[in-house]
Write a protein of this length. Structure first.
Lengths: 337, 275, 278
């Protein structure tokens, strides 16, 4: 029997979850930016957005994360490993693209060496996805074989009801089931008619793209130079991408103490692969752009069986020069064979 | 003939005569209201240029791409007054040779686009335009609102905004004046500016950039538009520009013969030392 | 936890050549040492660092037959290496590893071994050389061809003397033309040229080749002229690294992550990579 969560019960749900030790995060608009932030009630939430400008990636892989606190002298080191906070969290109102971003990154952070900074946060969090009621010109989830109602990465999937009074519930995982147990008395039995999904037209043929990328002679094609002429080499697309995961490790402090940190980094930065000798394997913007596309649609797929893209379209939405991967993939799938 | 047609044929002529090797302009973007930078090397490609009131980006930033002008050939570029101002500043800082830049100038006034007379940088006398080139009213209003805040309120305001910064450096990459081959954040012996994106690190980056742009900013707003987390960077640079203007009666970009205000010393300067 | 390094005590520092030092490190904690002993195999690398400066990637220059300590040899070139070059015995530095893959030396048993190295690339080769020399009876002929720009730039000078004196090792030493000193007794010439002249036989031979990319390119050509196949030549690749465990996305050449699937590769594997990404 399906159940329904009514919007006017959400405040009580939040209170119940908080009582059970969860902090509740949802889409919010604060300081001219939409992102996920802690909320106390449904009025704090901004659930009408196509998606938030920032992803939930920040909450699992923060833009700067302390790893080790150290105190040093020449003949002694005192170091303390810093661990992520042990706070349970509910992410309410995640879009399917953002939720799938987390699932896409799991195999990388678990590749032989387990990155506990990621997994402790993952294990403490419950993802409640809300299926999309609208899309914009930049959405391209269907092109990467996801959809506005994809349950990938979701613990609970909510589908908006036609009248806007609430959501139809689908339980996706045990963790989701346990979360709903806490508020089971606040849920209604019933079906309800759900809001129709937005039509997100396919923008490129991802199979054709992968085929072209897999062909060795295309690695040095003039195509890469032509398509990346206007890229200015900032990190907007990589930092706002739900799946991008590159990072830097930096020590910060003074002569005697400091903190070793993991910071976001981007393959589009000029010095990303710079050797101390001065040799830089990717010393032009076109080689860096090629790396980005090949990594997402060839290397990552080869290793983990999935493309490193959730189709959210933020790369194009936020790009200062209107680039992003959609245009490149469209161009590749339109290349004469 | 509309301005778009006029410039398309001019661009095609510049390319087919071989006078320029490349033209940097605008093309249709991924949605109806967006325009994107477009590079044309042949007369056919020049037919794709679009020029309308949505073409607001400052394309002069591409002129300082590493190696672009090292062959001595010419490049043409579509520029508004703020872009022309940028070219003046770049020339005065020895980053561009005036004879290598052909300018297809235009101005946008109330959604109408008009051509500007001239092709060489020295043709454009826009100092009057620059002096009176105040930022859009909503920026001015916001600047005044902040001016009226107490120091604590102002700090809170900026703390909230800089806390959002993700150190993507989009502001730096789109800025024509940020052309350093090795930015100060990339120097690690010592690491002057923290690379971490916590609030302190974000303050360090944004303030240092504002200082490095003082007296050099063309007020084009590219940084503000580029910022993916909506930090009102225009306000910071506007305020710095005002400080310089009030202190030194200097406005960057009026012509290409200006001496950079914070990098030059005159015998009659009131200070007795260069610092 | 991941990214947490082991504290290491500097036992000694030896200058090998101008700007090049070897550090001998011992483990501060017993459990770290046990981990290393269980996991280290020749070819693997580590991230050597100093809190406050950062970490730098080099091979473990000591062989898998001598795991009581770690030796690393590096050129002073940037922030971390400059600080590492200035440590004294008794100082504490950090080590993270051992990471990466290994030279499959058990597959070399019963074969002739040809080691070729240039300049600062002798350290990774030296790790394999000693792993084999410490079990000398398992291998047949051992030939070492090593060259540097000048006599002063030769590293492990005392070990070169040792190898020269052994009658179960053939050592071919060379310096670049112009790098010789008046009393230089050995060859003068670039490594690929000298290699061709020494003309080792490819018959039942494994070659281990380490050096700067340009030297590898020309030496591979020389080896192929001598009849070696790319599957029988092993080499190491390096790239800028930060995490060392395949997560920071930086060290790949095409789809191959040097920190996880390397740094040891056959020449055939290297030739299969997109050369434009090297």
């Amino acid at each position: 029997m399906t159940r329904i969560l009514l919007r006017n019960k959400l405040d009580e749900c939040i209170a119940a979850w908080q009582k059970a030790g969860f902090s509740v995060l949802a889409p919010v608009r604060r300081h001219e930016m939409s992102s996920f932030g802690e909320v106390q009630k449904v009025a704090d939430m901004a659930l009408d957005l196509v998606l938030t400008e920032r992803t939930i990636k920040d909450k699992f892989f923060p833009q700067t994360e302390p790893l080790i606190k150290y105190k040093i002298s020449k003949q002694q080191i005192d170091s303390e490993t810093m661990t992520p906070p042990d706070q349970k969290r509910v992410f309410f109102g995640v879009r399917p693209c953002d939720a799938s971003g987390l699932a896409i990154d799991d195999p990388l952070f678990g590749w032989d060496y387990k990155d506990d900074y990621w997994f402790r946060r993952r294990d403490n969090s419950v993802i409640v996805t809300i299926a999309c009621a609208k899309a914009d010109d930049f959405c391209m989830c269907t092109s990467v074989k996801l959809s506005p109602e994809s349950t990938k990465g979701a613990d609970v999937m909510l589908r908006p009801l036609l009248e806007g009074s609430g959501w139809q519930i689908e339980v996706c995982t045990e963790r989701g089931k346990a979360l709903l147990e806490i508020v089971s008395s606040l849920l209604l039995e019933g079906n309800g008619h759900t809001f129709p999904l937005p039509q997100v037209a396919e923008k490129f043929d991802v199979e054709k793209v992968m085929e072209w990328l897999a062909s060795k002679e295309n690695f040095e094609s003039q195509f890469w130079k032509d398509i990346s002429l206007r890229c200015v080499g900032c990190g907007s697309c990589t930092f706002l991408c739900p799946t991008c995961h590159c990072f830097d490790i930096q020590d910060e402090g003074d002569t005697y103490q400091g903190i070793r940190r993991k910071n976001w980094d981007s393959c589009s930065f000029a010095n990303f692969t710079m050797h101390t000798s001065g040799h830089n394997p990717r010393n032009t913007q076109s080689t860096r752009w090629r790396q980005r596309i090949m990594h997402k649609f060839n290397y990552y797929r080869g290793k983990f069986g999935v493309n490193s893209c959730s189709g959210c379209g933020r790369c194009t939405r936020q790009c200062p020069v209107d680039m992003g991967i959609t245009e490149t993939l469209q161009a590749i799938s339109n290349l004469p064979r | 003939m509309g301005i778009q047609e006029q410039y398309r044929s001019e661009a095609a002529a510049l390319l087919s005569s071989g006078e320029v090797k490349l033209i940097i302009g605008f093309g249709a973007g991924s949605t109806a209201d967006r325009r994107r930078p477009l590079f044309a090397r042949t007369p056919d490609e020049a037919q794709k240029f679009v020029l309308d009131a949505a073409c607001i980006a400052n394309l002069s930033t591409y002129l300082v791409t590493e190696g672009l002008l090292s062959d001595g050939k010419k490049v043409a570029v579509f520029l508004k007054p703020d872009g022309i101002r940028s070219v003046n500043i770049l020339i005065s800082e020895a980053q561009l040779k005036p004879e290598q830049v052909v300018i297809l100038g235009y101005a946008i006034d109330n959604a109408e686009v008009t051509p500007l007379e001239g092709r060489k940088i020295s043709d454009f006398s826009i100092s009057e335009q620059i002096r009176s080139l105040t930022p859009p009213p909503h920026i001015l209003q916001e600047a005044e609102r902040i001016e009226e805040m107490s120091a604590t309120e102002r700090f809170e305001f900026w703390k909230e905004h800089f806390a959002k910064c993700i150190k993507c450096y989009a502001c730096r990459q789109v800025c024509p004046m940020c052309y350093c081959r090795r930015c100060i954040v990339d120097v690690n012996q010592p690491q002057w500016i923290s690379t971490s994106s916590h609030t302190l690190g974000n303050f360090e980056w944004n303030l240092v950039r504002a200082f490095h742009l003082a007296g050099r900013c063309a007020a084009c707003g590219a940084c503000d538009r580029a910022c993916p987390v909506n930090i009102p960077l225009r306000l910071v640079n506007y305020r710095m520009g005002k400080e310089v203007s009030d202190a030194f009666d200097y406005c960057a970009g009026e012509n290409s013969n200006q001496k950079p205000v914070l990098a030059s010393f005159k015998q009659d300067d009131p200070e007795t030392f260069i610092l | 936890m991941i990214y947490s390094p082991f504290p290491m005590r500097v036992v000694s520092k030896r200058q090998e050549a101008p700007g090049v030092n070897t550090l001998k490190l011992e483990f501060v904690k017993q459990e770290d040492h046990e981990f290393f002993k269980q996991n280290y195999k020749t070819g693997m690398f580590g991230l050597y660092g100093i809190f406050g400066e950062g970490e730098s990637t080099f091979c473990v220059a000591s062989p898998e037959t001598r795991k009581e300590y770690i030796e690393c040899t590096f050129r002073q070139s940037g922030r971390v290496t400059s600080t590492l070059a200035s440590v004294d015995a008794g100082d504490i530095v950090t080590f993270r590893g051992p990471y990466g893959n290994r030279f499959p030396i058990e597959q070399f048993e019963g074969k002739n071994l040809l080691f070729i190295a240039g300049g600062i690339a002798l350290p990774p080769t030296r790790s394999v050389i000693w792993s084999c020399l410490d079990q000398r009876e398992k291998y047949r002929d051992v030939t070492i061809v090593y060259g540097a720009r000048t006599v002063a730039d030769l590293v492990y000078k005392n070990e070169l003397d040792e190898w020269k004196k052994r009658d179960d090792v053939r050592l071919v030493l060379t310096v670049d033309p112009g790098g010789e000193t008046p009393d230089w007794q050995d060859h003068v010439g670039f490594v690929p040229t000298v290699l061709e002249q020494a003309a080792p036989s490819p018959e039942n031979t494994i070659a281990v080749l380490c050096g700067p990319p340009i030297m590898i390119k020309f030496t591979l050509t020389a080896l192929q002229k001598l009849g070696f196949t790319a599957e029988n030549v092993y080499t190491t690749l390096e790239n800028r690294m930060k995490c060392g465990v395949g997560k920071c996305g930086r060290c790949n050449v095409g789809s191959v992550y040097i920190c996880k699937e390397g740094p040891v590769f056959t020449a055939a594997e290297v030739q299969a990579m997109p050369q434009a990404d090297l």
